[in-house]
Design a protein around this ligand. Structure first.
Ligand code: FAD
Length: 344
């Protein structure tokens, strides 16, 4: 018999974001596979009532919360007190939480305080024959493992984009306040603000349907013997604006940008996809001027449909790594694509 605690922090305004709703759907799916188990919701934040109302019909038997101005910002020292208090109040044996940057920092510490265990980067949870299993990938998404544990409480951080978001009727939930006393030391860190690029300059868009990946070819000498970084920049930004795609890059290209070369000013290491970069999840991906080497394409593990544009018919994409390879000049192709998109 498991007591499953869905654990989430609220966003500004007290609501729950998409990653939290995905974790809720995952937690909910466990209840039927684990006979005798029950689901509880635990919320942390400056305000929690809107979030509790959002998931009022999720089937949780209790809605517990640690709320107030001290719990509005993401801060390890106060968050860990809140999480431990909620897990204790729920007598949770399983804690399912979204792998947000806030929870990624704090839940391992909370599991340690409670004498439990944690698995981060889970990509799925399932329950059969009274046993809970999670899946996660190792060695940069090359091997998938199925993990079971007997130690409780078991904290599970679920990666975003792996489950459908829970969707159900909103309502009014009765929230039980859980006490989480903070000392002055718990409040020593002050969050003074958030620095983020303006929305129109934000090139990493996890919810985009398409990932557009640029490779170092955009900066190389072209048929006329010249490099055309300015045109490359215009073509790429034009496409991102028109298609609302997310921008990825190869390591070679972000390294060039980092070394102060006059190339693609908007590109940073955060855009890098691959073994030493990120593993984004988008339905489709388009690689341009990118060779498609293994350390790069391993980051495409969760891209469902892959296409590439390369001048070289023998590039690595041609070795079965892309569903479609266009052997063509990416400058010419993207110029035309942008024209068509602008005319729409
Ligand atoms: C341990 C290790 C980890 C690594 N991790 C990563 C990683 O995480 N991510 C990553 O990306 N790489 C990684 N790499 C590097 C990786 O192996 C490749 O070197 C890199 O991805 C190549 O980048 P690229 O395709 O942009 O550049 P290049 O290999 O230089 O390829 C440029 C391509 O552009 C094409 N091109 C040029 N002009 C045009 C045009 N007009 N139209 C169409 N095509 C054109 C060329 O034909 C060429 O194929 C790693 C390497 C190692 C050893």
């Amino acid at each position: 018999m498991e007591t499953i605690l869905f654990l989430a922090h609220t966003e500004t305004g007290g609501t729950l974001g998409r990653p939290a709703l995905e974790a809720l759907a995952a937690a909910n799916s466990l209840v039927t596979g684990l006979p005798g188990s029950q689901l509880l919701a635990g919320l942390v934040g400056g305000e929690v009532q809107p979030g509790a109302g959002q998931i009022a019909s999720c089937g949780a038997t209790r809605f517990l919360a640690v709320a107030g101005p001290d719990f509005a910002p993401s801060r390890y020292a106060s968050d860990i007190v809140a999480v431990a208090a909620l897990a204790r109040a729920a007598a949770a044996t399983i804690v399912v939480a979204p792998a947000t940057s806030r929870w990624n920092r704090v839940l391992a510490g909370a599991a340690q305080r409670l004498g439990g265990r944690i698995d981060a980067h889970a990509t799925g949870v399932s329950a059969a024959d009274g046993k809970l299993s999670l899946t996660r990938w190792y060695y940069r998404q090359r091997m998938e493992a199925v993990v079971q544990r007997t130690r409780r409480p078991w904290f599970i951080l679920l990666e975003s984009g792996c489950a459908d978001a829970w969707a159900g009727a909103t309502g009014t939930a009765t929230v039980e306040a859980v006490a989480a006393a903070l000392t002055d030391a718990n409040k020593r860190t002050t969050v003074t603000g958030v620095q983020a690029p303006p929305a129109d300059q934000q090139t990493i868009r996890p919810d985009a349907k398409l990932l557009f990946v640029a490779g170092a070819g955009w900066t190389k000498k072209q048929a006329d013997g010249q490099a055309h970084p300015d045109e490359a920049e215009k073509l790429i930004l034009g496409f991102l604006g028109n298609a609302q795609a997310s921008l990825g890059s190869t390591k070679s290209l972000v390294d060039l940008s980092g070394e102060g070369h006059a190339v693609l000013k908007f590109m940073t290491h955060l855009n890098q996809v691959g073994q030493t970069g990120s593993t984004p999840r988008h339905p489709k991906g388009l690689a341009t001027c990118c060779h498609g080497e293994e350390p790069h394409t391993v980051g495409w593990r969760f891209i469902n449909e892959r296409r590439a544009i390369n001048l070289n018919p023998g590039c690595s994409w041609a070795q079965g790594k892309a569903d479609v390879l266009y052997v063509a000049d990416a400058f010419a192709v993207m110029r035309k694509v942008n024209e068509l998109l602008a005319a729409k």
